[in-house]
Write a protein that binds this ligand. Structure first.
Ligand code: PGA
Ligand code: ZN
Length: 424
């Protein structure tokens, strides 16, 4: 049956922060349909692909009328008639049509929505769930989830410097069990927060609002929450941090909102190394501009804002030895094909790979399928509340169930070999 693209439509929907976002809908000549919604980051890397926003006063400047218009006026004509199964050719056409290095003309929000919608349409044409279509008959693992307990940083008015305080359960044995353990920890953390004073709700990705006096206060509370949940910290449940250091630093060093004032790059690095020694920390994202990590091989060091889902940047970071894992966000680079290339570059180096949501999300569950079908090994979605997050976790439960007896939980195998060895 023909998988040729018949029509491409854009529309404005709303994201989890109540801001406009772009949905693309692709219909094939066969009648198969694919749809996808663009997510949006708040703590962005300097080299990310750029969303097209209308500016002005309407919707606080976040309108996407121009991005939607570009889908109808330009993108639809450029990819009509192409074979949706040839994702690389479609994405190449999108990049060439845009003509900028960072999707600034048509907007990464328009381009990513169309690129992912084409992928969904191709899977629909093959009458396969997206993860299975992507796996193409190869055995793939159920990813290890990385789940936020406290939000912070740019997602919580800078109430803590650290952006994400998360947990990982590499020994859970299944995705379902990892979520159950996380739920125990999340509730226990809520009780500890309640004991501190009136609960102040949740941050952008659903983690408890960070009502803390210092970053260490948050780390202490999270460690206590794990223990109070009935699970063992550093055995069943590990801590994972996203420092998002580029949000804290400039050429002169790092400014901490809660702790003591300003730190040099070396002091910031030493602080993080100290945390890794004191707390059951297994993974740290975007730590600081440090080349030499004294925590060495024991900890997963994830590049997010420093890699921006670019295969070239993964290569360069690999030479410099600054990370052992890459965060993969399709909208950070703009197309499915380019994101897959960054993931391949990471996996080829023996790194871990984490398919990730953004802080601005929707009910779109594409990333659950990408993490599974690409066999990334890890999935980062945000916290354990709010339906734009739960939609992804729930989709993973459906995928794990569909795999039945063949389901293999990535667990410790999700990490670069030296990190995995520490869990054996
Ligand atoms: P962002 O945050 O979507 O706001 O960039 C997510 C992250 O830093 O991992
Ligand atoms: Zn990050």
């Amino acid at each position: 049956m023909s998988a040729r693209i018949a029509s491409v439509t854009g529309r404005q929907l709303w994201d989890s922060r109540g801001r406009p976002t772009v949905e693309a809908e692709v219909v094939l000549e066969s009648g198969a349909v694919g749809r996808a919604i663009a997510p949006t980051g708040a703590s962005r890397g300097a080299h990310e692909a750029i969303d097209l926003r209308d500016g002005g006063v309407a919707f606080g400047g976040f309108g996407v009328a121009r991005a939607v218009a570009g889908i109808g006026a330009e993108i639809a004509g450029a990819i009509a008639g192409m074979d949706a199964r040839d994702q690389a050719a479609v994405d190449k056409a999108l990049c060439e049509l845009d003509g900028t290095p960072n999707k600034a003309r048509l907007g990464a929000n328009a381009v990513v929505a169309v690129s992912m919608a084409v992928l969904h349409a191709a899977a629909a044409a093959a009458r396969a769930p997206l993860w299975r279509y992507l796996a193409g008959g190869k055995a793939v693992r159920v990813p290890l989830p990385e789940i936020q307990i406290f939000g912070g940083g740019a997602h919580a008015g800078r109430r803590t410097d650290v952006q994400d305080f998360m947990v990982m359960c590499p020994k859970a044995g299944s995705f379902r069990r990892a979520l159950e353990i996380t739920d125990d920890v999340y509730r226990a953390a809520g009780r500890l927060m309640e004991a501190k004073g009136p609960l102040s709700g949740v941050a952008d990705e659903g983690g408890w609002w960070p009502n803390f006096a210092s970053n260490e206060d948050a780390l202490d509370t999270l460690t206590r929450a794990i223990e109070a949940s009935g699970h063992r910290a550093g055995e069943d449940v590990f801590i994972s941090l996203d420092i998002a250091a580029n949000e804290l630093g400039d050429a002169s060093g790092y400014s901490l909102a809660l702790d003591e004032g300003r730190l040099t790059s070396e002091e910031m690095g030493a602080r993080i190394v100290e945390w890794a020694g004191r707390y059951p920390i297994l993974s740290i994202e975007d730590p600081a501009g440090q080349d030499d990590w004294a925590i060495g091989d024991k900890v997963q060091i994830i590049g997010d804002d420093v890699l921006v889902t670019s295969a070239g940047r993964v290569e360069r970071a690999g030479e410099a030895g600054v990370c052992n894992a890459a965060l993969i966000k399709v909208n950070q680079v703009g197309t499915v094909t380019e994101a897959k290339a960054a993931l391949d570059a990471a996996v080829t180096r023996g790194w871990g790979a984490i398919v990730s949501a953004r802080s601005g999300e929707s009910e779109d569950v594409t990333i659950a399928h990408l993490a599974t079908g690409w066999d990334a090994g890890q999935l980062k979605v945000g916290s354990f509340t709010r339906s734009e997050r739960m939609a992804k976790w729930n989709e993973m439960l459906r995928i794990e169930e569909a795999m039945g007896a063949d389901a293999v939980f990535a667990g410790a195998s999700a990490f670069a070999a030296p990190v995995a060895a520490t869990l054996a």
